[in-house]
Write a protein that binds this ligand. Structure first.
Ligand SMILES: [Zn+2]
Length: 303
């Protein structure tokens, strides 16, 4: 599932991830704790939200404060599943693209989320810099990442059942293109590209199979909801949420016509010309397909 791009991209093309992992995988606890965290961190309202790594749109209905949402994923088939789930409407715009070459003009969005996605980034700082570029001043960015500094990995390391240290800042790639990060490293990367970190929540305090089987999910979710606030003091859970923001005032209005939102991911020029079935770059000549309402910026159509 690894593409040819550099840095490599984890590709969920053709995957049944939504069904096998979320719908039938006993992840009700994780899903509900994420819903609570998002409610606590999301701004009450906004114009245009970028959802990076939207997948099959599991979290998208939770962004109802935003007038419009762009679902971005590397996999077009995941976006087809999202489209089936959410329906076709002007509110949702589906874009298949590489996070390292975002096809949007600078300062377009006033909000962004990236949940369970940084996890797959071989070059996390580069991905965060791309997201920062497409946000306008005053924007909010909600980031979830998998933390290497969690109780399980600390115990395993101390018992010598794990070779890598959970205490050092570098990412650990425990399976190909699956990375866990140190919370301090993520904080530093966010600050380096200009974000201020406003709030940190820790999630999945009770992600342990036997516990999840014995204790009713609703009760575990309530306990986790309380424990999330301790994220401002320490982070020792496998999943961490951060709310980051950019200084300044929201100024630029979002263009009504979504074609104006895009730039050519190959050469960076905008606007693109709308040829109905495709978008065309007048600068480098690249043509980008629009298939069943999904903009595809992964590879240009052949010339
Ligand atoms: Zn171009």
């Amino acid at each position: 599932m690894v593409s040819k791009n550099s840095p490599p991209v984890c590709d969920y093309e053709g995957s049944d991830y939504q069904t096998s992992f979320w719908d039938q995988g006993g992840r009700g606890y994780e899903d509900r704790t994420e819903a609570i965290a998002l409610k606590r961190l999301l701004p009450k309202s906004g114009q245009l939200l970028l959802e990076v790594g939207a997948g099959a749109g599991r979290n998208t209905p939770r962004y109802d404060g935003f007038e419009r949402v762009v679902l971005l994923d590397y996999s077009a088939t995941q976006l087809q599943q999202a489209q089936a789930r959410l329906g076709k409407s002007k509110r949702f715009v589906f874009v298949a693209a590489d996070v390292y070459r975002l096809p949007f003009v600078d300062g377009l969005f006033d909000g962004a989320t990236m949940i369970r996605t940084l996890h797959h980034m071989a070059d996390a700082p580069a991905a965060l810099a791309q997201i920062r570029n497409v946000l306008q001043p005053g924007s909010v960015f909600i980031l979830e990442f998998a933390s290497k500094l969690n109780l399980k990995s600390i115990l395993r390391y101390l018992l010598r059942r794990q070779s890598w240290s959970p205490f050092t800042r570098e990412p650990v790639e425990f399976v190909a293109l699956n990375f866990d990060f140190h919370p301090k490293a993520v904080r530093k990367w966010l600050q380096q590209v200009g974000f201020q970190i406003e709030r940190t929540l820790t999630l999945s305090h009770f992600r342990w199979g036997p516990l999840k089987r014995i204790i009713p999910t609703g009760f575990l979710v309530s306990l986790d909801a309380l424990a999330q606030w301790t994220g401002s003091l320490w982070q020792l859970t496998p999943s961490v949420f951060m709310r980051a923001s950019l200084a300044g005032e929201r100024s630029k209005p979002v263009p009504e016509d979504e074609i104006q939102w895009f730039k050519c991911p190959r050469c960076g020029s905008s606007p693109l010309v709308d040829d109905k079935q495709e978008l065309r770059c007048t600068s480098c000549g690249s043509r980008w397909a629009i298939v069943d309402g999904i903009y595809n910026f992964k590879e240009p159509l052949s010339e």
